[in-house]
Write a protein that binds this ligand. Structure first.
Ligand SMILES: NC(=O)C1=CN([C@@H]2O[C@H](COP(=O)(O)OP(=O)(O)OC[C@H]3O[C@@H](n4cnc5c(N)ncnc54)[C@H](O)[C@@H]3O)[C@@H](O)[C@H]2O)C=CC1
Ligand SMILES: CC(=O)C(=O)O
Length: 310
């Protein structure tokens, strides 16, 4: 199955690399305003595949996206040190006006997977600009934050991160919400598990971990200019769920009629992801603090979505 990627800088190329090595999709087409860059990325990634999979990776134009099952959009500007994601909005909406037109003309049947920041509002913009049903325009949302959360919890508990089920919901950004009330490790409530193995998750430790997750992008951007491997793997995970019709429960973003009383907003909740895109959104039961924090996040993102002129 063909997967297109528009925007083949650090994020787009990392997604392509992850998919090529994992064998997610059998044809990957890279499109960028900078055609020389797309060509170079395609060549470099293709040179990794003989040791991994038979996935074909090539550069192309919008016409080469015809019949793509999924098109990832990672085009646009990224944060400079100290800048937040919301500061990118206007510039990236302008980029999306051109990019979405090109994709819709070539591949009107594709599912759009949005990575560009601020990803929740860009998901809203992409859905409105494309006119596709909300279920077919998926934002990577907090897939990356959830991975960061599980990684830190696995390290704290000294267990495999894959044995941790704990999610970050809400905005992919500063108002995101760490959900502790139904987090589990090895099928046990995580706080009881942590007590049992002598690695307690007391209030201070929980706060430290949530802050480290929230601020990870700032720390990484300060150190190396941008973040890309984590989101590259997250995008590959979402693409695999769609192509294999996994109906996996993933924290991704989607335009939703109402979240905590806020109408028409794109945010991350647990969503069931399969061949048709998002099959269902799940509103989990939260404790009072988590619910209030999710509502605050929805109100913030909703105010931006409501004021976009598209
Ligand atoms: N959703 C997430 O969790 C994450 C999102 N991001 C976001 O992903 C986006 C891309 O980041 P990077 O790859 O680091 O940036 P980058 O600058 O390395 O790549 C962006 C690419 O977009 C291309 N581009 C710009 N305008 C275009 C157009 N009109 N048509 C086609 N291509 C166009 C550029 O030529 C460039 O190659 C940023 O908005 C960044 O904030 C970054 C990390 C994580
Ligand atoms: C840049 C960004 O959105 C992240 O690494 O979380």
């Amino acid at each position: 199955m063909k997967v297109g990627i528009v925007g083949t800088g650090m994020v787009g190329s990392s997604a392509a690399y992850a998919m090529a090595l994992l064998g997610v999709g059998n044809e990957i087409v890279l499109v960028d305003a900078n055609q020389k860059l797309a060509l170079a990325q395609a060549q470099d990634i293709a040179h990794a595949t003989p040791y991994a999979t038979t996935t074909s990776v090539r550069a192309g134009g919008y016409g080469d996206l015809a019949d793509a099952s999924i098109v990832i959009i990672a085009a646009g500007v990224s944060q400079k040190p100290g800048e937040d994601r919301l500061a990118l909005l206007e510039r990236n909406v302008e980029v999306f006006r051109k990019v979405i037109d090109g994709i819709m003309e070539a591949a009107p049947g594709a599912i759009l997977l949005i990575a560009s920041n601020p990803v929740d509002i860009m998901t809203f913009a992409a859905q409105r600009l494309s006119g596709l049903p909300a279920s077919r325009v998926i934002g990577s949302g907090t897939i990356l934050d959830t991975a960061r959360f599980r990684n830190l919890l696995g390290r704290h508990l000294e267990i495999a991160a894959r044995s941790v089920h704990a999610d970050i919901l809400g905005e992919h950004g500063d108002s995101e919400v760490a959900i502790w009330s139904w987090a589990t490790a090895g099928s046990m409530p995580i706080i009881a598990f942590a007590e049992e193995i002598g690695r307690p998750l007391d209030v201070e430790t929980r706060k430290r971990i949530a802050v480290e997750v929230r601020d990870a992008a700032y720390t990484i951007i300060e150190g190396k200019g941008s973040t890309y491997y984590g989101i590259g793997a997250g995008l590959a995970r979402i693409v695999r769920a769609i192509l294999a019709n996994e109906r996996a429960v993933l924290t991704v973003s989607q335009v939703t009629p109402e979240i905590t009383g806020v109408p028409e907003v794109a945010l991350s909740l647990p969503h069931i992801v399969g061949a048709q895109g998002v099959a269902a959104a799940i509103m989990p039961s939260l404790d009072d603090d988590e619910r209030a924090a999710l509502q605050k996040s929805a109100e913030l993102i909703g105010s931006y979505c409501g004021n976009l002129s598209l």
